[in-house]
Write a protein that binds this ligand. Structure first.
Ligand SMILES: O=C(O)CCc1cccc(O)c1O
Ligand SMILES: [Fe+2]
Length: 314
């Protein structure tokens, strides 16, 4: 059965910060194209591979990977709040098969997710609960992170597990590319911030607003000054080329330090793209049908959108 992939950067600043030039329109057209690609593919299951930003996953128990057999979105930055339409049976199947293949994977009966999952679901399908999903969390923010290769292998086993389901599955990778929004790190955190990173569930509305305000201000400051934050279009384009040329194993040589130095702390979110493409690669040779890229400093994102499928989809 066929698999297909859509990957997209996310940025909650899309809703609140106006980028220069025609960036908003260009991203809008690329998402429109992704929507029609997804509609043409007619998925009966969407596997969302996404990171979290200390809204659902915390250092009290931080898994490298986690599949939700049930999941709820917190509704940060005005994204949808509430239950995702998790296909429980498919999620359980994925957990069983990926574990059996030797990739350690956590499972959650109450996974909590944020804009990383919600934004692409809303942009592609209109709502967080519009399509049956299997949510796959890939830690891309809370250091230390494992080697990139483990994420590629996770993706391959995910692909094998999905093939066995015998359904039309769209993999949706969320995040990246180069970017470095102002997120705190445990190492440099004050005791108060550290407590929030360790167990910061259920912030008050004031706490959430303060936090989102800090990130929004960073975007607004870029828009006002016309200065760019740390984006690396060359790195981003090289990654897009690597995907298009099916050279996924080349990322095995990447060190986490190199990724951070080249492309910023949040560039590790490209792991979600890598997992989605690795899943697709186990079906056979794939083709990237469309690829959009634009560095958008006001949204703090090297913004990319890709669509890919195997050569012959029945
Ligand atoms: O406040 C947060 O949680 C970070 C928000 C955020 C901003 C720009 C690009 C991203 O990928 C992102 O996640
Ligand atoms: Fe993010």
């Amino acid at each position: 059965m066929p698999l297909a992939v859509v990957t997209a950067s996310h940025s909650p600043l899309m809703h609140t910060v106006e980028p220069r030039g025609d960036a908003r329109n260009a991203v809008g057209s690329a998402f429109a194209q992704a929507r029609s690609f997804a509609a043409d593919f007619r998925p009966d299951l969407v596997v969302v591979v996404a990171p979290d930003h200390y809204n659902g996953m915390f250092y009290d128990l931080m898994p490298p990977f986690c599949v939700g057999t049930a999941a709820e979105a917190v509704g940060d930055y005005g994204t949808g709040q509430g239950r995702l339409a998790v296909d429980r049976h498919a999620a359980q199947h994925v957990v069983r098969e990926v574990l059996a293949a030797g990739i350690d994977l956590a499972m959650s009966e109450r996974m909590v997710v944020d804009h990383g999952f919600a934004q692409p679901l809303e942009l592609l399908f209109g709502a967080i609960d519009a399509v049956p999903v299997v949510p796959v969390f890939v830690n891309s923010v809370a250091v230390p992170l494992g080697p990139v290769r483990r994420t590629r292998l996770l993706g391959e086993e995910l692909g094998r597990a999905l093939l066995a389901l015998d359904r039309r599955v769209l993999l949706l990778g969320s995040g990246g590319l180069s970017h470095d929004p102002p997120l705190p790190t445990l190492q440099d955190a004050s005791p108060e911030v550290a407590a929030r990173l360790i167990a910061g569930r259920h912030p008050t509305p004031e706490e959430r607003a303060a936090r989102e305000g800090r990130v929004r201000d960073a975007g607004l400051a870029v828009a006002a000054s016309k200065a760019g934050p740390r984006l690396n279009p060359d790195w981003d384009r090289a990654f897009l080329d690597l995907l298009a040329e099916r050279r996924l194993t080349a990322t095995d040589a990447w060190t986490n330090e190199w990724i951070t130095d080249e492309a910023g702390n949040s560039a590790h979110e490209v792991r979600t793209w890598l997992a989605a493409y690795a899943a697709l690669s186990v079906v056979g040779p794939y083709a990237v049908r469309s690829s959009f890229y634009r560095p958008i400093p006001e949204w703090i994102a090297g913004f990319g959108i890709t669509m890919a499928e195997t050569w012959r989809n029945p």
